[in-house]
Write a protein that binds this ligand. Structure first.
Ligand code: PLP
Length: 370
């Protein structure tokens, strides 16, 4: 699904030097690379404050902890997402309110958010799934009017941009009160282990997140709040500084692969290619097709025979997972999510795919349905 080795080889000299420098300095924790990376990422994405942490799941937890929510406060999350989004809600003793997504973009739907809001709703967590921003404008308006916070889960959408109706453009993660991302190796900007970050426009929230990530410590040995220990290692920051220089190229390569797939597959009647919303750019963390439910698993097996990997993101609605039985509240029948779980299939998508590889994959999909 990804080719991290060839991506590394292209920047090998710079990355190896950055790692060796870090080892030579022995500043493994809180080395200068960490603050430097935060600053460079903030500039690159045009987001005022970036606070790094240990992974994308922690980023969600830190962002939620910074909002001073109370037990059983309701948090609206989409049913079609990676488990981390709701996991953190449950872990913090908050109540996940699980709603359906839009059938075209697979992201949270503002009309369903409006339906799910109760007097206990304190937070909405839209997920910019597969690399495209959720339709945020209506959600931001709705939440602003009712004093409800918004945390964007931008783990899959680093660098995507959202365009408001009046033409203003903002980066994924900079639209809500807080945004979060992950530097898991296979994410669009990945390190060589775990990493994550919280984004915000608010200096006050940035300081709070920083404090919570550092044992709730305002000054050394002065603990103002119960925190956690969640840090980005200096070595990972050093690697990310080098990889950030390539982010534009990485994104371009993914978009190019998506264009090639689109062109090759658009006339195949059995397939729905990814929908591209006018409100967002798409950075194609995944290239996900909708195919007939009764053919999907067979297509996957057929591709596998031809040595083509594929993945089902996600096979089960969140609320059907064993751990989430009886947790929180489900709004509506989640018909779209149920349908997507039966029909989606993601093709290989990464920065190193050649034209010939894309052509072979697309032809194989077409051959299967011929
Ligand atoms: C990857 C991912 C996360 C979690 O990131 P980790 O760094 O693996 O903890 C959270 N939300 C979404 C949507 C993701 O894809």
């Amino acid at each position: 699904m990804v080719d991290l080795r060839n991506q590394y080889l292209k920047s090998k000299a710079a990355i190896d030097t950055a790692i060796q420098d870090c080892i030579d300095s022995t500043a493994f924790i809180k080395g200068p690379q960490v603050a430097s990376f935060e600053k460079q990422l903030a500039t690159n994405l045009n987001i005022p404050y970036v606070v790094s942490c240990a992974n994308g799941t922690d980023a969600l937890q830190l962002a939620m902890m910074a909002l001073d929510l109370k037990p059983n406060d309701e948090v609206i999350v989409p049913a079609f997402t990676y488990v981390a989004t709701a996991e953190v809600v449950a872990l913090l003793g908050l109540k996940p309110v699980i709603i359906d997504v839009d059938p075209r973009t697979f992201t949270i739907d503002q009309h369903l958010v409006a339906e799910a809001i109760t007097p206990k709703t304190r937070l909405v967590v839209p997920v910019h799934l597969f690399g495209q921003c959720a339709d945020m404008e209506g959600i931001l308006q709705l939440c602003n009017d009712q004093d409800i916070a918004v945390i964007e889960d931008a783990a899959q959408a680093i660098g995507a941009t959202y365009t408001f109706r009046d033409g203003r453009v903002k980066t994924a993660g900079a639209l809500g009160d807080l945004g979060t991302t992950s530097f898991f190796p296979s994410k669009n900007l990945g390190c060589f282990g775990d990493g994550g970050a919280v984004f915000t426009n608010s200096e006050q929230l940035a300081e709070k997140v920083k404090m919570i990530a550092n044992h709730g410590q305002s000054r050394k040995y002065s603990h103002d709040t119960i925190g956690v220990n969640s840090r980005l290692d200096s070595i990972q920051a050093a690697i990310l500084i080098e990889k950030l220089k390539q982010l534009t190229t990485y994104t371009y390569n993914r978009q190019r692969v998506a264009d090639l797939y689109d062109e090759a597959l658009k006339n195949c009647d059995a397939i729905e290619i990814p929908y591209r919303a006018s409100h967002s750019t798409h950075v194609f963390h995944q290239y996900t097709l909708k195919v007939p439910a009764d053919r999907r698993d067979d297509l996957k097996a057929y591709l596998s025979q031809k040595k083509i990997p594929s993945m089902i993101y996600y096979p089960m609605p969140l609320n059907n997972q064993k751990a989430y039985q009886g947790i929180g509240r489900v709004v509506g029948n989640l018909k779209v999510t149920q349908d997507l779980c039966q029909r989606v299939i993601s093709l290989p998508m990464h920065t190193e795919l050649s034209d010939a590889q894309v052509a072979y994959i697309a032809e194989s999909v077409i051959d299967y349905f011929a």
